[in-house]
Write a new protein. Structure first.
Length: 131
């Protein structure tokens, strides 16, 4: 009976871990691949179709700049309660600059958390870009 209770406990624990991993996806799909669909000259509506609404909008002299980001966490990093001390985390960021309604530049970057902090870029407080 002792072995059976250990097996049941292990199965329950595994079920909980697997079910919480399924709930952790939010934000843009796969920023690294989706950003490849953005090219010079496409419209803001097309960008919205490919990437959805931006996480941040900035007004500039030539037009708007839209910023998208996605926090990519390894499976260990997503582990409930102890994940912040395990695994890896990277922040993917895409910046799309417009002149009027048309894209003029599109830049994709990937940062480690310390690189992001050193760059002076800060993410919004909500975690809508987490994956």
């Amino acid at each position: 009976m002792n072995i059976l209770s250990k097996i049941l406990f292990s199965a329950l624990l595994l079920t909980i871990v697997i079910s919480t991993q399924g709930c952790s996806r939010k934000g843009v799909g796969h920023l690294a691949s989706d950003i490849c669909m953005i090219s010079k000259g496409i419209t803001q509506n097309e960008v919205l179709t490919y990437l959805g609404p931006p996480h941040e909008r900035k007004a500039g002299e030539t037009g708007e700049t839209w910023v998208y980001y996605q926090v990519k966490k390894s499976t260990l990093r997503k582990t409930p309660f102890i994940g912040n001390n395990l695994g890896t985390e990277n922040v993917e960021m895409a910046t799309v600059q417009f002149s009027g309604d048309k894209v003029i530049t599109c830049v994709y970057r990937s940062f480690k958390p310390d690189e992001l902090q050193d760059s002076g870029i800060s993410l919004p407080a909500d975690d809508s870009g987490s994956e």
